[in-house]
Design a protein around this ligand. Sequence first.
Ligand SMILES: Nc1ncnc2c1ncn2[C@@H]1O[C@H](COP(=O)(O)OP(=O)(O)OP(=O)(O)O)[C@@H](O)[C@H]1O
Ligand SMILES: [Mg+2]
Length: 232
Amino acid sequence: MISFRNVSKSYNGQQAVHDISFEIRRGEFVFMTGASGAGKSTILKLLHHDIFPTSGVVQVSDHSSDKVKARHIPYIRRKIGFVHQDFRLIEDRTVFENVAIAMRVVGEHRKKIKSRTLEVIADVGLYGRAQDKVANLSGGEMQRVAIARALVNRPFILLADEPTGNLDPETAGETYNLLDRANLGGTAVLVATHDLEMVRLSGHRVLHLDGGTIRPRTIPRAGARPMRRTAT
Ligand SMILES: Nc1ncnc2c1ncn2[C@@H]1O[C@H](COP(=O)(O)OP(=O)(O)OP(=O)(O)O)[C@@H](O)[C@H]1O
Ligand SMILES: [Mg+2]
């Protein structure tokens, strides 16, 4: 469904990711880990067609990045939900407006926009909040709006870039529950995260990036603590 074949991406001659190949199958849940600067966001942006490979091919369904036409990109993105770490919501607009916008840009009918938008707002636990301004919501609630917006067009894959980076542990857990629910509904999920505990608990497949390439990695088992020297 999704594949990267020998993908490299340079910014101003500097390689951010190098010779990356992997696949994500329909309905899979995959975590992506790696230190800051390892290339996680770059991979998500390549998948979303926000940027294009310097070499290699990103394949999303039957579209390949080396052959795609500009006019097809909105339709590819419609099938890929993207949750940004900073939410990217329009704060002076309502919850409804923020979610509906993703359907408006692909020209859906008004009636369909209304019913589907209200449905997905309820699905993420914000029933009754559709007319609230986003500026008045908590961080966890804003995250729910961002997830609702990413899901409203029924994407086949949901991408999330450090979705819990700014949330307290309980709210982060609720966010993972929402991602799990989307996944149980058949949507594939790819999450970039530093939250190794969550990765370990989930048991999902992990793509580990190190300096722009994929490397095998074992997640430390439960209770394992990194060895530290204590200052005396
Ligand atoms: N627009 C850009 N212009 C120049 N260099 C960039 C750009 N975006 C990313 N890079 C560089 O590419 C490399 C990978 O960055 P990327 O944002 O993909 O890392 P990341 O794994 O998402 O890190 P973090 O965990 O901090 O979000 C870094 O060296 C970064 O400085
Ligand atoms: Mg990043």
